[in-house]
Design a protein around this ligand. Structure first.
Ligand code: G
Ligand code: G
Ligand code: MN
Ligand code: NA
Length: 250
Protein backbone atom coordinates (compact mmCIF):
# COMPACT_ATOMS: atom_id res chain seq x y z
CA UNK A 1 0.00 0.00 0.00
CA UNK A 2 1.25 3.53 -0.74
CA UNK A 3 2.40 5.59 2.24
CA UNK A 4 -0.23 8.25 1.74
CA UNK A 5 -3.03 5.69 2.22
CA UNK A 6 -1.15 3.82 4.97
CA UNK A 7 -1.08 7.03 7.00
CA UNK A 8 -4.69 8.02 6.42
CA UNK A 9 -5.66 4.41 7.22
CA UNK A 10 -3.71 4.67 10.49
CA UNK A 11 -5.68 7.81 11.42
CA UNK A 12 -8.97 6.07 10.59
CA UNK A 13 -8.08 2.96 12.61
CA UNK A 14 -6.54 4.88 15.55
CA UNK A 15 -3.12 3.32 15.14
CA UNK A 16 -1.00 6.18 16.47
CA UNK A 17 0.27 5.90 20.06
CA UNK A 18 1.89 8.30 22.50
CA UNK A 19 5.05 7.24 24.32
CA UNK A 20 7.03 9.24 26.83
CA UNK A 21 10.66 9.28 27.95
CA UNK A 22 11.87 10.83 31.23
CA UNK A 23 14.13 13.90 31.41
CA UNK A 24 15.83 14.04 34.82
CA UNK A 25 17.85 16.72 36.63
CA UNK A 26 21.53 15.68 36.90
CA UNK A 27 22.34 17.73 40.01
CA UNK A 28 19.18 16.78 41.86
CA UNK A 29 19.46 17.94 45.45
CA UNK A 30 15.70 17.69 45.80
CA UNK A 31 12.94 15.63 44.26
CA UNK A 32 11.33 17.34 41.33
CA UNK A 33 8.09 16.46 39.64
CA UNK A 34 8.10 14.50 36.38
CA UNK A 35 9.43 15.88 33.15
CA UNK A 36 9.17 13.76 30.03
CA UNK A 37 9.25 14.09 26.26
CA UNK A 38 6.22 12.82 24.36
CA UNK A 39 7.10 10.67 21.33
CA UNK A 40 4.69 9.37 18.70
CA UNK A 41 4.60 5.78 17.40
CA UNK A 42 2.62 4.27 14.52
CA UNK A 43 1.36 0.68 14.55
CA UNK A 44 1.08 -1.30 11.33
CA UNK A 45 -1.94 -3.45 10.47
CA UNK A 46 -0.59 -6.27 12.69
CA UNK A 47 0.10 -3.96 15.61
CA UNK A 48 3.86 -3.86 15.10
CA UNK A 49 5.60 -0.52 15.81
CA UNK A 50 6.84 1.41 12.78
CA UNK A 51 9.77 3.67 13.77
CA UNK A 52 9.14 7.45 13.52
CA UNK A 53 12.22 7.70 11.29
CA UNK A 54 10.15 5.82 8.67
CA UNK A 55 6.63 7.22 8.95
CA UNK A 56 7.38 10.86 9.90
CA UNK A 57 9.20 11.66 6.63
CA UNK A 58 6.28 10.02 4.78
CA UNK A 59 3.75 12.05 6.77
CA UNK A 60 5.71 15.16 5.90
CA UNK A 61 5.87 14.30 2.21
CA UNK A 62 2.14 13.65 1.99
CA UNK A 63 1.03 16.71 3.90
CA UNK A 64 -0.07 14.81 7.01
CA UNK A 65 2.41 16.30 9.49
CA UNK A 66 0.24 19.18 10.71
CA UNK A 67 -2.66 16.77 11.14
CA UNK A 68 -0.43 14.45 13.18
CA UNK A 69 0.93 17.25 15.38
CA UNK A 70 -2.67 18.31 16.04
CA UNK A 71 -3.69 14.73 16.91
CA UNK A 72 -0.74 14.47 19.34
CA UNK A 73 -1.62 17.70 21.18
CA UNK A 74 -5.33 16.91 21.40
CA UNK A 75 -4.70 13.34 22.58
CA UNK A 76 -2.08 14.40 25.14
CA UNK A 77 -4.20 17.20 26.64
CA UNK A 78 -7.23 14.93 26.76
CA UNK A 79 -5.26 12.17 28.49
CA UNK A 80 -3.68 14.42 31.11
CA UNK A 81 -6.77 16.43 31.97
CA UNK A 82 -8.82 13.26 32.38
CA UNK A 83 -6.18 11.79 34.76
CA UNK A 84 -5.80 14.51 37.43
CA UNK A 85 -3.27 12.48 39.47
CA UNK A 86 -0.98 12.26 36.43
CA UNK A 87 -1.37 15.97 35.73
CA UNK A 88 -0.60 16.74 39.37
CA UNK A 89 2.61 14.64 39.30
CA UNK A 90 3.76 16.39 36.16
CA UNK A 91 6.24 19.27 36.20
CA UNK A 92 6.20 19.72 32.44
CA UNK A 93 5.82 17.58 29.30
CA UNK A 94 7.77 18.30 26.14
CA UNK A 95 5.95 18.05 22.83
CA UNK A 96 7.76 17.98 19.49
CA UNK A 97 6.46 20.33 16.82
CA UNK A 98 7.36 20.00 13.16
CA UNK A 99 8.51 23.05 11.24
CA UNK A 100 5.47 22.64 9.00
CA UNK A 101 3.09 23.13 11.92
CA UNK A 102 4.88 26.23 13.13
CA UNK A 103 4.57 27.69 9.65
CA UNK A 104 0.87 26.78 9.37
CA UNK A 105 -1.47 29.80 9.56
CA UNK A 106 -4.12 28.10 11.68
CA UNK A 107 -1.88 26.17 14.06
CA UNK A 108 -1.55 28.86 16.75
CA UNK A 109 -5.33 29.20 16.95
CA UNK A 110 -5.69 25.43 17.14
CA UNK A 111 -3.35 25.12 20.13
CA UNK A 112 -4.99 28.01 21.99
CA UNK A 113 -8.33 26.29 21.45
CA UNK A 114 -7.02 22.98 22.86
CA UNK A 115 -5.64 24.68 25.99
CA UNK A 116 -9.06 26.29 26.51
CA UNK A 117 -11.21 23.26 25.66
CA UNK A 118 -9.38 20.89 28.01
CA UNK A 119 -8.40 23.42 30.67
CA UNK A 120 -4.81 22.28 30.22
CA UNK A 121 -2.37 24.39 32.31
CA UNK A 122 -0.06 26.20 29.86
CA UNK A 123 2.90 26.13 32.28
CA UNK A 124 2.95 22.31 32.12
CA UNK A 125 3.71 22.29 28.41
CA UNK A 126 7.08 22.71 26.74
CA UNK A 127 7.32 22.75 22.95
CA UNK A 128 10.39 21.27 21.26
CA UNK A 129 11.42 22.89 18.02
CA UNK A 130 14.43 21.59 16.11
CA UNK A 131 17.11 24.13 15.38
CA UNK A 132 16.71 23.40 11.66
CA UNK A 133 12.96 24.11 11.75
CA UNK A 134 13.51 27.24 13.81
CA UNK A 135 16.14 28.66 11.49
CA UNK A 136 14.53 27.70 8.18
CA UNK A 137 11.50 29.60 9.33
CA UNK A 138 13.07 32.07 11.73
CA UNK A 139 10.47 34.86 11.57
CA UNK A 140 7.47 32.56 11.99
CA UNK A 141 9.25 30.51 14.64
CA UNK A 142 10.21 33.54 16.75
CA UNK A 143 6.65 34.85 16.56
CA UNK A 144 5.23 31.46 17.55
CA UNK A 145 7.67 31.07 20.44
CA UNK A 146 7.05 34.57 21.81
CA UNK A 147 3.28 34.09 21.62
CA UNK A 148 3.20 30.84 23.61
CA UNK A 149 5.90 31.95 26.07
CA UNK A 150 3.64 34.89 26.85
CA UNK A 151 0.89 32.32 27.55
CA UNK A 152 3.15 30.46 30.01
CA UNK A 153 4.57 27.63 27.87
CA UNK A 154 8.25 26.73 27.76
CA UNK A 155 10.42 25.98 24.72
CA UNK A 156 13.36 23.72 23.92
CA UNK A 157 15.65 24.04 20.96
CA UNK A 158 15.98 20.38 19.91
CA UNK A 159 18.90 18.51 18.30
CA UNK A 160 21.20 21.48 18.80
CA UNK A 161 24.54 21.17 17.03
CA UNK A 162 23.44 18.73 14.33
CA UNK A 163 21.70 21.02 11.90
CA UNK A 164 22.32 24.29 10.20
CA UNK A 165 22.40 26.44 13.29
CA UNK A 166 25.17 28.60 14.54
CA UNK A 167 25.62 30.16 17.94
CA UNK A 168 24.67 33.49 16.36
CA UNK A 169 21.03 32.38 15.92
CA UNK A 170 20.88 31.18 19.49
CA UNK A 171 21.34 34.73 20.73
CA UNK A 172 17.94 35.76 19.42
CA UNK A 173 16.04 32.56 20.28
CA UNK A 174 13.75 33.08 23.29
CA UNK A 175 13.90 29.45 24.48
CA UNK A 176 14.28 27.93 27.97
CA UNK A 177 16.14 24.69 27.24
CA UNK A 178 18.90 23.76 24.84
CA UNK A 179 18.92 20.06 23.91
CA UNK A 180 22.46 19.00 23.03
CA UNK A 181 22.25 16.65 20.04
CA UNK A 182 22.50 13.02 21.11
CA UNK A 183 24.99 12.28 18.34
CA UNK A 184 27.68 14.13 20.33
CA UNK A 185 26.61 12.73 23.68
CA UNK A 186 26.56 9.01 22.94
CA UNK A 187 30.22 8.83 21.86
CA UNK A 188 31.69 11.40 24.23
CA UNK A 189 33.55 8.82 26.34
CA UNK A 190 35.74 7.80 23.40
CA UNK A 191 35.71 10.87 21.20
CA UNK A 192 37.39 13.96 22.61
CA UNK A 193 35.95 16.14 19.83
CA UNK A 194 32.37 15.13 20.69
CA UNK A 195 33.18 15.79 24.33
CA UNK A 196 34.44 19.28 23.45
CA UNK A 197 31.25 19.92 21.45
CA UNK A 198 29.05 18.98 24.41
CA UNK A 199 31.15 21.16 26.70
CA UNK A 200 31.03 24.17 24.32
CA UNK A 201 27.30 23.95 23.63
CA UNK A 202 26.61 23.65 27.35
CA UNK A 203 28.76 26.67 28.20
CA UNK A 204 27.28 28.94 25.55
CA UNK A 205 23.81 27.80 26.63
CA UNK A 206 24.54 28.74 30.23
CA UNK A 207 25.96 32.15 29.29
CA UNK A 208 22.68 32.78 27.48
CA UNK A 209 20.73 31.76 30.58
CA UNK A 210 19.40 28.47 29.14
CA UNK A 211 19.15 25.14 30.92
CA UNK A 212 20.91 22.36 29.02
CA UNK A 213 19.58 18.85 28.34
CA UNK A 214 21.81 16.03 27.05
CA UNK A 215 20.03 13.40 24.91
CA UNK A 216 21.14 9.78 24.26
CA UNK A 217 22.58 9.33 27.74
CA UNK A 218 23.08 5.59 27.43
CA UNK A 219 25.07 4.76 30.59
CA UNK A 220 26.36 5.94 33.98
CA UNK A 221 29.83 6.90 32.75
CA UNK A 222 28.31 9.38 30.30
CA UNK A 223 26.09 10.68 33.08
CA UNK A 224 29.13 11.19 35.34
CA UNK A 225 30.94 13.10 32.61
CA UNK A 226 27.89 15.31 32.02
CA UNK A 227 27.70 16.02 35.75
CA UNK A 228 31.36 17.08 35.68
CA UNK A 229 30.67 19.43 32.76
CA UNK A 230 27.66 20.87 34.57
CA UNK A 231 24.87 19.87 32.16
CA UNK A 232 21.49 20.36 33.85
CA UNK A 233 19.30 17.46 32.60
CA UNK A 234 19.73 14.01 31.08
CA UNK A 235 17.53 11.92 28.78
CA UNK A 236 18.32 8.56 27.18
CA UNK A 237 18.15 4.77 27.40
CA UNK A 238 20.48 4.85 30.45
CA UNK A 239 17.93 6.97 32.32
CA UNK A 240 14.71 5.49 30.96
CA UNK A 241 13.41 4.11 27.67
CA UNK A 242 10.32 5.53 25.97
CA UNK A 243 7.19 3.93 27.55
CA UNK A 244 3.54 4.03 26.49
CA UNK A 245 1.97 7.14 28.02
CA UNK A 246 -0.97 5.22 29.45
CA UNK A 247 1.20 2.66 31.29
CA UNK A 248 3.34 5.17 33.05
CA UNK A 249 3.99 4.83 36.76
CA UNK A 250 3.44 8.11 38.53
O1 G B 1 10.89 8.48 18.93
P1 G B 1 12.18 8.50 18.25
O2 G B 1 12.61 7.50 17.73
O3 G B 1 12.61 7.50 17.73
O4 G B 1 11.94 9.65 17.15
C1 G B 1 12.71 9.83 16.03
C2 G B 1 12.49 11.24 15.57
O5 G B 1 11.09 11.49 15.44
C3 G B 1 13.02 12.24 16.59
O6 G B 1 13.73 13.23 15.90
C4 G B 1 11.80 12.81 17.21
O7 G B 1 11.96 14.18 17.53
C5 G B 1 10.75 12.67 16.15
N1 G B 1 9.48 12.54 16.80
C6 G B 1 9.12 11.59 17.67
N2 G B 1 7.89 11.83 18.16
C7 G B 1 7.46 12.97 17.54
C8 G B 1 6.27 13.73 17.62
O8 G B 1 5.35 13.44 18.40
N3 G B 1 6.14 14.82 16.81
C9 G B 1 7.13 15.20 15.97
N4 G B 1 6.94 16.28 15.22
N5 G B 1 8.30 14.52 15.88
C10 G B 1 8.46 13.42 16.67
O1 G C 1 14.99 14.20 17.93
P1 G C 1 14.40 13.84 19.23
O2 G C 1 15.30 14.30 20.33
O3 G C 1 13.06 14.32 19.49
O4 G C 1 14.48 12.29 19.32
C1 G C 1 14.29 11.57 20.41
C2 G C 1 14.55 10.18 19.92
O5 G C 1 15.76 9.64 20.43
C3 G C 1 13.47 9.23 20.31
O6 G C 1 13.03 8.70 19.15
C4 G C 1 14.12 8.15 21.13
O7 G C 1 13.63 6.87 20.81
C5 G C 1 15.60 8.27 20.77
N1 G C 1 16.46 7.99 21.92
C6 G C 1 16.18 8.27 23.20
N2 G C 1 17.18 7.90 24.02
C7 G C 1 18.13 7.37 23.23
C8 G C 1 19.42 6.80 23.49
O8 G C 1 19.90 6.73 24.62
N3 G C 1 20.13 6.36 22.41
C9 G C 1 19.66 6.45 21.15
N4 G C 1 20.42 5.98 20.15
N5 G C 1 18.44 6.97 20.86
C10 G C 1 17.68 7.43 21.89
MN1 MN D 1 12.67 16.00 20.67
NA1 NA E 1 16.35 15.81 20.05
Amino acid sequence: MAWVSRISQAFKESRFRLYCQPIVPIKADHVEKLHYEVLVRMLDEEGKIIPPGIFLPAAERYNQMVRLDRWIIRTLFEHLTSHPEELEALEVCSVNLSGLSIGDRNFTGFIVEQFENFGMPTHKVCFEVTETAAITNIKEASKFIRYFKEMGCRFSLDDFGSGMSSFAYLKGMPVDYLKIDGGFVKDMLNDHIDRAMVDSIHRVGHVLGLKTIAEYVENDQILALLREIGVDYAQGYGIGKPQPLTHRNV
